[in-house]
Design a protein. Structure first.
Length: 150
């Protein structure tokens, strides 16, 4: 898991490790996340987006080594009203402050618990608005990475 590589990734000193979900069970379903402003190259241009995404993990609860541990937030779970999800089921793993993903200071490394690669096409979504087309919003994450590579 990428979080265990934090000691060798510049700018990832505050990253959490990911522990068993607070529910003590494997969580697999669609949840909502919000993308805050961050230096992540993967999420460039997506700040402010609120998107459905697949979660599928048993160890997704962020745990910080120190009480004051903080990381650059790249993704947060939100509830059905758009507020940061602090409780189950909107926050499927029990991470503090709805934390779903973090990035490095320069944005070159981003780790997250949800699986956007499972919803990059609209046909992969359990529901989609009329007129969405073939590409789901998560495809932009891969396009952003490609643009950064040149």
């Amino acid at each position: 898991m990428m979080a265990h590589l934090a000691p060798i990734i510049p700018g990832a000193e505050g990253w959490p490790t990911f522990q068993r979900n607070r529910s003590e069970q494997f969580e697999a379903r669609v949840v909502m996340v919000e993308i805050p402003s961050s230096p992540s190259i993967f999420l460039a241009g997506m700040a402010g987006s609120r998107l459905p995404v697949v979660v599928s993990h048993g160890e997704g609860r962020a745990e910080f080594a120190r009480q004051d541990g903080r990381a650059l937030v790249a993704l947060r779970y939100i509830d059905n009203r758009g507020a940061v999800a602090t409780g189950y089921p909107f926050n499927p793993n029990g991470s503090p402050d709805g934390l779903a993903g973090v990035t490095s200071v320069d944005g070159r490394f981003t780790i997250m618990m949800p699986h956007p690669e499972r919803t990059f096409r609209s046909m992969q979504m359990s529901w989609r608005p009329p007129g969405l087309g073939e590409d789901a919003p998560w495809l932009e994450m891969f396009r952003s990475a490609r643009r950064w590579l040149g």
